[in-house]
Design a protein around this ligand. Structure first.
Ligand SMILES: [Zn+2]
Ligand SMILES: [Zn+2]
Length: 269
């Protein structure tokens, strides 16, 4: 699979993605804490099973209070699995896009993974990943596009393709993009590498779980149009740089070649 290379000097540390954004990498997935000017904060995504206490310990380093909410980019197991336990212990709601509801209320499983997508261990192990359904029950609150009061200054951008209700979050003031799995900043083969050895590259969404490649392509193009200068992805290292808009536009333009696995390319259909 091809790639869009990114210079190493665009990598920013997880613990200061922006002055008010903290990140934590757990195994192969990232979560983010967004601290607001009034001192409250919001947790973006909720990582893997059995990670709730680790997330609470990390959060206590930058806030003495629980977040105002947990907000999900989408419902895959590596982004939601500690959500229920955290929401119960913090007594906070969990927000997600309305199209993710069936996967977050125990109604539907995500489609089976594309095992032939390539991408090393992540792909080979993918049949073993839980596909849901998690049930957030009465904790769940919904949004579509737009904004929620818990995340002031941020726009919710529906970026379907990886999942039907996948969203990204964009803040105009510093052009910061929390991208979820709309695209990755490392190749899936590197998900398990130590953070410092992950080369920075732009890739499409994790291929084994992406269900609609046409929508995924349009979502990357939509994010490129925002001209983000900071990118906080679900997988890979956060990036900052004036070249990022151009690099994302390259990813959008070369999406079929770079992002879509051979067994899902339009010509193979
Ligand atoms: Zn995902
Ligand atoms: Zn993911």
């Amino acid at each position: 699979m091809d790639r869009i290379a990114v210079p190493d000097n665009q990598i920013v540390p997880m613990d200061e993605v922006a002055p008010d954004i903290r990140g934590l990498r757990i195994a192969f997935v990232n979560i983010f804490g967004v601290i607001h000017s009034n001192g409250s904060w919001t947790l973006i995504d909720a990582a893997l099973p059995f990670t709730a206490s680790r997330i609470r310990n990390w959060a206590e380093r930058f806030s003495k209070t629980p977040p105002n909410s947990i907000v999900l980019t989408h419902g895959h197991f590596d982004h939601v699995s500690a959500a229920r336990e955290l929401a119960d212990s913090w007594n906070v709601p969990v927000y997600a896009h309305s199209l993710e509801v069936p996967y977050l209320t125990g109604k539907m499983q995500y489609p089976a993974p594309n095992v032939g997508a390539g991408g090393g261990a992540m792909s080979l192990l993918s049949p073993m990943y839980p596909r849901g359904p998690i049930d957030l029950e009465q904790r769940l609150r919904l949004f579509d596009n737009g904004e929620i009061t818990e995340l002031p200054g941020w726009r919710i951008i529906h970026t379907p393709g990886h999942t039907p209700g996948h969203v990204s979050f964009f803040r105009e003031s510093d052009k910061c993009l929390i991208a979820g799995d709309a695209f990755c900043t490392t190749k899936p083969e590197s998900f398990f590498d130590a953070a410092l050895t992950q080369p920075a590259e732009l890739h499409g969404p994790p291929a084994y779980f992406t269900s609609d490649w046409g929508a995924a392509r349009m979502s990357v193009a939509r994010l490129a149009e925002l001209n983000p200068l900071i990118v906080a992805p679900g997988h890979g290292q956060p990036l900052r740089g004036l070249n990022l808009p151009q690099e994302l536009q390259d990813l959008a333009r070369r999406f079929d070649e770079v992002a879509i696995p051979d067994n899902r390319k339009p010509s193979a259909a």
